[in-house]
Design a protein around this ligand. Structure first.
Ligand code: ZN
Length: 680
């Protein structure tokens, strides 16, 4: 349950404010990689900007850890095609046709049709498919069908087993066809309405019946049925799972992933060696019990400096929240930045005991809250190019309850966002009061980091279900409500004097900075990422809107939050920070109750009433004002590269090379790391 919190609002920082001194160990000096004169923003197109990130500290790692990162990074790159195919059945066919035209084209590259196709292809790479990564809407090509037909005839070789060209053109150019990757509209058949490739030839009712039958109500350790398979029908009309495993669906890519994981296992020390081997065994068998065993081992490993995520993990891409997209990250501990989360972990029980929720839903004993700050070294699958800034895994509720969860915040990614956003004029445009802007300038990054820590380290792991409640009752509202719960936990405690007492913040102005920013984002500025007339769909965005709108309404009589009109512009301002904090507490209590009781109806109502519909007037104004700033609302990253340095056939070092060309990286990945047929 990773956070992908709005980065466009954490702005101007002149210095990276470092509070992490207590646990710093002086690392041996090594030659830093030169990245002088390399800009942070390396490409811009449509609503996207592409950044690079640095991997500070890599050079100083021991050779064995560098090798481990290298092998795990190779594994991370091998699953890219899987995600393309999961997102939509014809994505690989389309990507390959576009890439062939793009690379072989020998006409004028400044030609308007070609330029429009290049932009479309850049978007397809970014979204891992032809639907927007955030809004889920199919891209509208700005080049003509007639021109593209000519280009395909001239440059594109027939792809084995792929669809015929007429269908290919229809998919790209007919806006009605496969219009949404994910349709979670209340009351529709979300399975048949969504273009994602997790189901085929089955209805939502059939899917629900299929998995209801599999579920063992009495199993205290329920299997995440359906997590690693596509559900479809065989020739005789029986519903069957096509399992993603070696020898199953996506076998060719999984074989490569396993190859590199085996290399990684050879250089890893225990307990990591066994953990990687368990993961390999899961990829071989597709056995979800094995995946649980892997997760239990993985969550228990808090000592390995290098760590990774690799597998079918998050279910945001499935309208029913059951099937998981493939993703990977490789990272190592940021030893300079651990103080903050160590302090939170040490006080985990205090936070649980003092949470403003029904005591019946508090965990009696908070276990295994492991918290750390990491430096990411490679992003793959659903974490690339758009990436989370924190990770909280595993997702299975029973493992979280019995073994805890691992929470990390990714400091080198937030640092890059921060650097790229400096001086873009955003806060000056949308934030009315100078004192709010000043607080954000002074405490913005600290406030945001701490909120992420509280969300990831304590928020998701807090609370417990009532007896008899299994989880899953909230269905399609699960993610939004779970993110709201974790965000509220963070918001509530950010304003607690306890944080001053334990030395995490110098004053409650840190909370004020976050509160003003959060409300503004939830009720206004995040709509800059949504097309006019559309609803809020993505669960993190829904959660922010839910919280902000609910607090606005409940605090209306006391003017806690207020709309202000000035010089024809609308602003949302917080007048009473203490009252707002109380409202956060009240809503946390209610959202926790909904989760603990599995109260679907109350959850549905909260989301539908506060999180989905946008006031069209405000939406229009935000888009206009935001548009004038010329800031792209979405960001993603190119990865660095790692190169083995060999001497007499022996690996003596691993070299880190920063890359600054988005197109080059994408074409390179499509050439070197593409293992699946066009249709799977
Ligand atoms: Zn979260």
């Amino acid at each position: 349950m990773k956070t992908t919190r709005s980065i466009s609002t954490l702005l101007i920082m002149t210095l990276s404010f470092c509070i992490f001194n207590a646990c710093s160990k002086k690392a041996p000096e090594a030659e830093p990689v030169s990245i002088e004169n390399m800009p942070w923003v390396i490409d811009r197109f449509d609503d996207i900007k592409v950044l690079r990130y640095e991997v500070p500290g890599f050079e100083n790692l021991p050779l064995e850890q560098k090798k481990l990162i290298y092998y795990l990074s190779e594994a991370a790159k091998c699953g890219r095609d899987i995600l393309f195919d999961q997102n939509f059945k014809y994505n690989l066919t389309i990507r390959r046709a576009l890439e062939q035209v793009y690379t072989k084209y020998d006409g004028d590259r400044a030609n308007a049709e070609f330029v429009a196709m290049e932009k479309y292809l850049k978007k397809v790479w970014f979204a891992n498919g032809i639907h927007h990564h955030y809004s889920n809407d199919k891209f509208k090509p700005e080049f003509s069908r007639a021109w593209f037909e000519q280009m395909v005839a001239k440059y594109v070789e027939p792809q084995e087993g792929a669809i015929d060209n007429a269908l290919l053109y229809d998919i790209i150019f007919n806006p009605e066809l496969y219009a949404k990757r994910l349709d979670q509209t209340d009351g529709v058949d979300m399975v048949t309405n969504s273009a994602c490739n997790y189901y085929e030839g089955v209805t939502m009712q059939e899917v629900e019946d299929f998995y209801t039958k599999m579920r063992d109500e009495d199993d205290p350790r329920p299997i995440s049925y359906g997590l690693n398979s596509k559900l479809t029908k065989d020739k005789d009309g029986n519903i069957v799972e096509q399992v993603w495993k070696l020898g199953g669906m996506y076998s060719a890519a999984i074989q490569q992933i396993v190859y590199w994981l085996e290399k990684a296992a050879q250089v890893a020390a225990e307990p990591q060696k066994s953990i990687i081997n368990t993961l390999i065994n899961y990829y071989r068998t597709g056995d979800l019990r094995e995946f649980d065993r892997y997760n239990v081992l993985w969550v228990g490993d808090n000592t390995s400096n290098v760590d990774f995520v690799n597998g079918f993990i998050e279910d945001y891409g499935d309208p029913l929240g059951r099937k998981a997209s493939w993703e990977s990250t490789v990272n190592f501990m940021d030893s300079l930045a651990c103080r903050r989360t160590q302090i939170l972990s040490a006080n985990a029980q205090w936070f649980e005991d003092n949470a403003p929720i029904d005591p019946a839903f508090r965990k009696k004993e908070v276990k295994g809250v492991s918290a750390k700050v990491i430096t990411v070294a490679m992003l793959g699958g659903d974490c690339y190019p758009a990436t989370p800034i924190g990770i909280n895994l595993p997702n299975a509720d029973w493992i979280r309850k019995e073994y805890g969860s691992k929470s990390v915040t990714i400091d080198n990614i937030t640092y890059a966002y921060d650097k790229a956003a400096q001086g873009n004029g955003f806060n000056e445009e949308f934030m009315l009061r100078e004192e709010d802007r000043a607080r954000i300038k002074q405490y913005g990054k600290l406030a945001d980091d701490l909120h992420t820590d509280l969300h990831e380290c304590l928020g998701h792991g807090s609370g417990q279900l009532a007896a008899g409640v299994k989880g899953g009752e909230l269905k399609s509202y699960t993610s939004t409500l779970e993110e709201a719960r974790a965000d509220l936990f963070g918001l509530y405690y950010l304003g607690d004097p306890k944080l001053i007492e334990i030395g995490l913040i110098p004053s409650l102005d840190v909370a004020k900075a976050q509160y003003a920013d959060y409300i503004m984002n939830g009720m206004m500025t995040q709509f800059s990422r949504i097309e006019l007339g559309k609803n809020v769909e993505e669960s993190h965005m829904r959660n922010r809107k839910l919280i902000a709108e609910w607090c606005y309404e409940k605090g209306k009589k006391d003017n806690v939050i207020e709309w202000v009109k000035q010089d024809g512009k609308s602003y949302i301002v917080v007048n009473d920070f203490d009252a707002l904090r109380k409202l956060f507490g009240e809503l946390l209590r209610e959202v926790q109750r909904i989760k603990s009781k599995g109260d679907y109806e109350a959850g549905r109502k909260l989301v539908e009433d506060y999180a989905v519909k946008i006031d069209p007037e405000i939406h229009k104004e935000v888009l206009e004002r935001y548009g004038k700033l010329g800031i792209e609302p979405y960001s993603g990253f190119v990865n660095p590269e790692y190169e083995l340095v060999e001497n007499n056939g022996e690996i003596v070092d691993v070299k880190l090379i920063y890359k600054s060309n988005y197109v080059e990286q994408m074409l390179g990945y499509s050439k070197e790391y593409s293992f699946l047929p066009s249709i799977n």
